[in-house]
Write a protein that binds this ligand. Sequence first.
Ligand code: PGA
Length: 874
Amino acid sequence: MQSHYDAELKDTVRYLGKTLGETIQAQLGQEWLDKIETIRKDGRASYQGDDKRSENLKEIFKTMSDSDLLTVGRAFAQFLNLGNIAEQEYNSAMNVDASIDALFEHLDKAELSAEDVQKAVAKLNIDLVLTAHPTEVTRRTLIHKHKELARCLKELHQDSITDAEREKIETRIADLIAQAWHTEEIRSERPTPVDEARWGFSVIENSLWEAVPDFLRELNDRLQKDYQVALPLDAAPVQLSSWMGGDRDGNPFVTSKVTEQVLLLARKRAAKLFAMDLDQLQVELSMFDCNDELRAIVGDDANEPYRALLRPLVRRFIATRDGISDYLAGKNPDESDWITSNEELMEPLLLCYRSLCDCGMKVVADGILLDTIRRARCFGVHLLKLDIRQDSERHADVLSELTRYLGLGDYGQWSEEDKQAFLLRELSSKRPLFPAKWNASDDVKEVLDTCRVIAKHSQTGFGIYIISMASEASDVLAVQLLLQEAGVTWPMPVAPLFETLDDLNNSPIVMRKLLSIDWYRGYVKGQQYVMIGYSDSAKDAGALAAGWAQYESQEALVALAEEFDCTLTLFHGRGGTIGRGGLPAHAAIHSQPPGSLDGGFRVTEQGETIRYKFGMPQLAKRSLGIYTSAIIEAMLFPPPAPKQEWRELITKMAGLGRDNYRATVRQDKDFVPYFRVATPEQELGKLPLGSRPSKRKPQGGIESLRAIPWIFAWAQTRLVLPSWLGVMRAIDKVKSESDEKIVNEMFTEWPFYRSRLSMLDMVFHKADPRISAEYDARLVPDELKHFGKALRTELEESIESLLALTGQDSIMANDPSGKESMEVRAAYLQPLHYLQIELLERIREAGEDAKNSELERAMMVTIAGIAIGMRNTG
Ligand code: PGA
């Protein structure tokens, strides 16, 4: 069989593995290296189905001490890390522009006019929202080492290096691998929300700051070359937003103080970066010719008018940067010189641009000045826009406490009509609502203080206010009232997040109610944001029902926006993994309903996917290219709206899918006990991944477990249950009762349906019933064993029926290199699973004694290692 996993890549993986082996040998001796090599070989054979070698692995681990298990876990986790680095470096060197190339080829074939292309490009509005979702298992300090390793590999792979250079790079690689081996891979403490935000800023500084203008420059060149169309100077096709330090939903550590600090730190980082850019610009713009407009501003004495204009701006950015540091250190700096608005940056830049063009120096204007203009448009003086997210219940609690204090009864107990009437009355009232003497509870104060922080800071620093678990019109009006009462003088966009099946299904009704209110329409001024929750809906109703509800909801909302003549921006809360709505960008965008991109494309970028997609300039450029080409394609060649008969079938499939899923997850009394013992759910909560707790409510059960640990737990045992449970059975049933022609048509013509099946294809590739059976054999009591067995039977049958439906011989037949990559990892993953099973058994036996022990540490290492091997977490 021809190998799709490139030989060079294989060599790199082998070379890195060997170097790690030498590091281990240097510390622990040959005996350990041999031990690890035996385990690796057993792992590979076991993966290939050799039961005897699986038994070997179990025996080896049974007899090892806790601290030896930790060493083995660390070794395999690090092998997998090195494999990822090699693959990432290999991929980043290839195909940076592949998607843009494909787009232009398609445009060319379709013989589109320059006008059509220009119209689509003008509508391009990609808003990437970086979140602190706790799915990044790798410590920052290791990420730095890995990046440096990737850089060394890149150098090593250059054709022109000399032997001496090669030797130097190889020594450095050995040094970095040794550094990583001798560094703890698990954080000892949770990061704070401020740490998370700082990390997000660094992704901008180290990667996107360079990638965005680079990417736009290349896009512009392509447009000019093929269509004589240019990206206008004021175009901002890419925007950056963030939840880091703003998302307080279920995270008690994100307080109003944190939000304020993060806003200032973002401004400080932007000031630092613009000060450097402008400084370089003023060094280069030494020209003396300028137009009258610039001359009038700098005066006749300025020999170097551009420098004269830019120098004071550099000084003001430095004053802003240093002033914010002083302020955060408790000093009282003079703020009069700080840069506060984007216009203060943009106007002088545009003036320089016009003047250079007027004086015959367009080539200079289009150099680093244009890059700075693009950055000013994309990032602005606040670096990014901070979103705020809070749970609807917290807002209702504020109003309940207030109405009780005012003697009006309990807002929480009122009917929806009464709530709306009250809120609208107060929204139109001129008198303040909060009594001066009202001594609110701490929780209520916190919600109000956040609104006050919004009131205190500049509008341009903020994105939108998202209400999680929104279900009624009053949820939105309540936030608008709180913002108004806190003194926010501008209409901050407030987006309901619909994230359960019922809420998605009701969303058009809720939005119709809102848009029918005169006051509300006056507030939103023709621009409505709605957030679609992918993972909680899937957790609630299973993958198929959630997917169809998301689709129908978006479709109805698009029609509603048209009816009310407003622009609808849909905000997609997609996670990295399939169970949380993750899909390759192209498939994700093409499976959205027609018209849903017209108001822009806003999407969350979470956890480790930020690193995979935007962690280095080349990766970021490639990701921007993928988004841009998918969106332009979908706008110019929209997917077909589903035919009535497709709708009927998918509705049936979704209904059955929901019932199948809930029959197991909600109605079967054995489900929760099985989940608790068969997966490391309880142990996962202890992994200090992010700043927030793993449950929305500390005492809650599975219903309050966040979607991330829910998916994460099932991924560890390779049952990957939430992504497939009930789906194929539903599809098969409907298919067997329906006209085959229609079912085939859905598959060939409807991207939405097709993407459901390709999602399953990817999920089934990650699932491994044999591994799941090993967890059950050791960890699940006999009376529950039937449960896991039945689930695995369904998994195996589902795989068979998917293959029958798609006509493929094997899973992932369309992605041979992805398949091979997973197979290379599988040999390293295998020992980690057996190790985790051994550890889970020991930890559960030890009970409280396992706390903070080596056992627990080893457990964390296997959890992180498996996540790294699967290339995603939850
Ligand atoms: P949430 O996100 O728990 O913050 O709502 C869920 C997810 O991203 O999967």
